[in-house]
Design a protein around this ligand. Structure first.
Ligand code: PGA
Length: 251
């Protein structure tokens, strides 16, 4: 893993956007994997600026989301499908049918998981995957204990993750307990991975993922076996790292 420590979340966003913009301009095949949640927001904001100011075009890019809540439709304000439309896809020139996420309303969720994997494979696989990390070390919604080889599947969320994500739901609403998520096996098939983490609440998960043993207790530690993962951190998220990070440079 390549660790890059930057000043703050805005700098992390800019560095993440740089790497994605370069891929968009130079890409030859494959799709872009998108993450939702608070941490990637500065990345999307920077990409939207690059679209408007520099003409960065996403017109031919195919995108796949990591995960979706079971029981939320794509119109639901708390769904990740809507999150990515409103915060990114609709703000650039991404055609609506170029952004796909798992269907959390599918009657047959197992069949949906299989067809999601097929859809990813049909575009040539994920060339570049943007990832956040949960305070418990999850990637996508692969909670501690999830198999490193798993494909897209239904996952039961931990109480901690539901609590962490309650901030995205209106007060009084119950956070769904189940999700459809790309598995760690799916994520590891991405040819390049860009993980972003900012803030002190992520420091422990980051050090366990990057410097701890590779263990299913820390799903993000699976990235230690991925050949092309870059971890973009701000100073707070990097605070517990023991190994010196490399000097700041282009990811
Ligand atoms: P967050 O979520 O960026 O909203 O903290 C990250 C994640 O759970 O992957």
């Amino acid at each position: 893993m390549d660790i890059v420590v930057l000043e703050d979340p805005v700098a992390v966003g800019a560095a993440g956007a740089d790497a994605i913009a370069r891929w968009v301009e130079e890409r030859t095949d494959g799709a872009l994997g998108l993450a939702t949640g608070a941490t990637p927001m500065p990345v999307y904001e920077a990409l939207v600026h690059r679209h408007h100011d520099d003409g960065l075009s996403f017109a031919g890019v195919r995108c796949f989301l990591l995960d979706e809540y079971v029981g939320l439709s794509t119109r639901d304000p708390c769904s990740y499908a809507r999150f990515i439309r409103e915060r990114f896809a609709n703000l650039v020139d991404l055609p609506e049918d170029h952004v796909l996420g798992p269907d959390g309303m599918a009657e047959d969720l197992d069949a949906e998981c299989r067809s999601y994997e097929d859809a990813i494979a049909a575009t040539g696989g994920i060339a570049l995957q943007l990832l956040g990390i949960g305070a418990n070390g999850h990637i996508g919604f692969n909670e501690p204990g999830a198999s490193f080889g798993a494909a897209t599947h239904v996952e039961e969320l931990t109480a901690r993750t539901r609590g962490d994500n309650a901030r995205f739901f209106p007060p009084g609403t119950t956070v769904p307990s189940r999700v459809v998520t790309q598995g760690i096996g799916t994520i590891l098939r991405a040819r390049r991975i860009l993980l972003v983490a900012t803030g002190p609440a992520k420091a422990e998960a980051v050090v366990r993922a990057v410097e701890g043993p590779m263990t299913t207790a820390v799903p993000a530690s699976a990235l230690q076996r991925h050949a092309r993962t870059t971890v973009l951190l701000d100073r707070d998220a990097a605070a517990m790292l023991q190994r010196p990070a490399r000097p700041e440079r282009r990811p």
